[in-house]
Design a protein around this ligand. Structure first.
Ligand SMILES: NC(=O)c1ccc[n+]([C@@H]2O[C@H](COP(=O)([O-])OP(=O)(O)OC[C@H]3O[C@@H](n4cnc5c(N)ncnc54)[C@H](OP(=O)(O)O)[C@@H]3O)[C@@H](O)[C@H]2O)c1
Length: 362
């Protein structure tokens, strides 16, 4: 009873403190915005190294479909609209046939040169070689670490079918979503720092990075890791004139979300990959540090959930989760038959079912 009261008072203190600080931020926000946009060493360095109207050397990972593909088209279209030479594109993916189709379309849209690089982003050596070589051919203005997988994505599902455990599948997801991003941005940074002419690095995280949701935990944790990394890197790299932008998308139509769309008929507040690419490039050009798209409802709800006191977040997710693990546990505790042997069998079955379920969530 007293413990609950203590928890409640702590909760109240956190909420009131949070409200007070938010009001303070709101009052100071005109000044903070001006300083963040124009003040400080970082902005001085960025002014010395302005971004070209349309970047000439662009490297995009995971460009064989979805958002990465749409970003490649968007840069080509902008060059054409603005009457400047089309960019030299380095596009990566693992599916050579799909990647070739994308390259073909980019050439039609006016790209100066398009290189199709069939690469696994989780291969550090291959990524370093590819990025360093590309940068020697043409200084890379923009590098976009976009490649990513989710538990609903085909390759990871294929691993599932091959009898791989959930833990191994989770490791494979982190290899792509976390290490794949680092293996892209580290060599890119080395090249940009050496050239000392600025540049732009964009990381495709997710609005999911705000949400410690228990049904997609490896994905959201991997995205939270790269979001934090991107935000920290932005501040560290600003004095060198290197822009680091982190992109947080809500639902976007792509191969990754195909199964969700099939199941629910449409994606909640979903956007097409083209719409997302236009919004992302608009904000990359304005050097927005944390790009949330669409801002409503995903940006607003994501920030709100992220800012909720831990107890509230825990309550929300336990409500959502209730259906899954709790039902399995209840079944284990109340097997249908009273017979001792079959009860043991049912328990063993339910145990292995529960393990499989937990592995799926992990
Ligand atoms: N769609 C959404 O609703 C949404 C929301 C938030 C964030 N995002 C993020 O946006 C990014 C792009 O996803 P998308 O929606 O465009 O999905 P997508 O159509 O499935 O595209 C994923 C891309 O990543 C590539 N890729 C996956 N694993 C790779 C690996 N190991 N090595 C190299 N390339 C690899 C894929 O290439 P191959 O198929 O050729 O292997 C593909 O080009 C991801 O990081 C995703 O997490 C998407």
């Amino acid at each position: 009873m007293f413990a609950a009261l203590g928890e409640y008072l702590l909760f109240l203190g956190i909420v009131l403190g949070d409200i007070f600080l938010k009001i303070l931020f709101l009052l100071l926000s005109p000044l903070i915005t001006l300083y963040a946009k124009y003040g400080g060493e970082g902005n001085r360095a960025k002014r010395q190294h302005p971004l070209p109207r349309v970047p000439s050397g662009i490297f995009i990972t995971g460009a064989s479909s979805g958002v990465g593909e749409a970003l490649a088209y968007e840069y080509c279209k902008r060059a054409r609209q603005r009457g400047v030479q089309g960019p030299v594109l380095y596009l990566t993916g693992r599916n050579a046939a799909r990647l070739e189709q994308v390259c073909l379309r980019c050439r039609e849209l006016g790209a100066s040169k398009v290189h199709a690089l069939v690469l696994d982003v989780a291969d550090a050596t291959a990524m370093r070689e590819a990025i360093t070589k590309a940068d020697q051919e043409i200084p890379l203005d923009v590098v976009i670490a976009n490649a990513g997988v989710s538990i609903t994505n085909t390759r990871v599902m294929e691993l599932d079918k091959a009898g791989v455990t959930g833990y191994e599948r989770s490791k494979a997801l982190f290899d792509v979503n976390l290490y794949g991003v680092l293996y892209t941005i580290w060599p890119a940074l080395d090249c940009m720092i050496q050239r000392n002419r600025g540049g732009q690095i964009a990381i495709n995280a997710s609005i999911g990075s705000y949400i410690a949701e228990p049904m997609n935990m490896s994905y959201t944790a991997s995205k939270a890791a790269v979001r934090f990394y991107g935000e920290s890197l932005r501040t560290a790299m600003a004095p060198l004139g290197i822009r680091v932008n982190t992109m947080l998308l809500g639902f976007v139509e792509s191969r990754m979300t195909e199964s969700v769309k099939k199941k629910h008929g449409k994606l909640p507040f979903g956007k097409s990959a083209e719409e997302a690419a236009t919004a992302l490039v608009n904000q990359l050009e304005r050097d927005v540090g944390l790009i949330e798209y669409p801002a409503w409802p995903y940006g607003v709800l994501g920030e709100w959930l992220n800012g909720a006191p831990p107890l509230v977040r825990e309550w929300i997710w336990s409500m959502v989760m209730g259906g899954f693990v709790h039902r399995a546990l209840r079944k284990m505790k109340h097997p249908d038959s009273g017979d001792a042997t079959s009860t043991r069998d049912t328990n063993a079955n339910e145990h292995s079912r529960l393990t499989r379920l937990i592995e799926k969530l992990i």
